[in-house]
Design a protein around this ligand. Structure first.
Ligand SMILES: [Zn+2]
Length: 215
């Protein structure tokens, strides 16, 4: 996805930041409130109104659904407060789960540049990683579940953002298989005995169990 580009009043505000006073981010009025709006509008559009971590979709603009996320926590590294590649939109649930947890493999020294490689991060990074490389998103009965594809970034993201909360319906794979078999049985029962090849094909296409989580 494209990082936000600050301009005009937003840019003027960013360049005078001292790199320390990250509490200014939470001010409810003034230039930072406008800047947060710029960030929100930009990334919600880039992300197609999906959370950077769980890819839940919600077509709402207001702050009740969405938080601006500092991927590297602003309390730990205040100097990356306005770094466009450190910003994304996340849902409240992911934000509350992730909090100020450390996402970097190695601490970054005071003079070092912003870590901009996928391998610098423990978690799936919204800017540097492709989501589908790390998660298979399975849909059964209208519910989404995340299946981590690897024991590294995917597992770490799963744990850090508490993605298990989506899986309560079928936490075990036996349950998922059961759901698949059940759906398929229903399909076979509802399929007329004289169905044509085309009819069967169109029936089969309704049996979708995965979605693509990429932006
Ligand atoms: Zn989320």
């Amino acid at each position: 996805m494209q990082p936000v580009v600050f301009a005009g009043a937003d840019l003027a505000y960013v360049v005078r930041y001292d790199g320390i006073s990250h509490q200014e981010w939470n001010r409810t009025d003034g230039p930072v409130a406008e800047l947060r709006r710029t960030v929100r509008v930009h990334y919600l559009r880039q992300q197609g109104y999906r959370c950077a971590y769980c890819r839940m979709e919600k077509k709402e603009n207001h702050g009740l659904t969405w938080d601006v996320e500092h991927i590297i926590p602003k309390s730990v590294y205040p100097r990356f407060l306005y770094e466009p590649l450190n910003l994304a939109m996340v849902c409240k649930e992911c934000n509350i789960a992730k909090l100020d947890q450390d996402v970097l493999h190695r601490r970054v020294g005071p003079g070092a540049v912003f870590p901009s490689r996928s391998e610098d991060y423990k978690i799936v990074h919204p800017h540097f990683d492709r989501y589908s490389d790390h998660f298979e998103m399975i849909v059964v009965g209208g519910r989404i579940s995340h299946r981590p594809r690897n024991p590294l970034k995917a597992k770490e993201t799963f744990l850090m953002c508490n993605l298990v909360r989506f899986s309560y319906a079928f936490g075990e794979w036996e349950d998922f298989n059961y759901e698949v078999v059940k759906r398929f049985s229903e399909f076979v029962e509802s399929c007329p005995p004289d169905a044509t090849r085309q009819q069967i094909t169109s029936f089969m296409q309704t049996l979708r169990f995965t979605v693509n989580g990429d932006f």
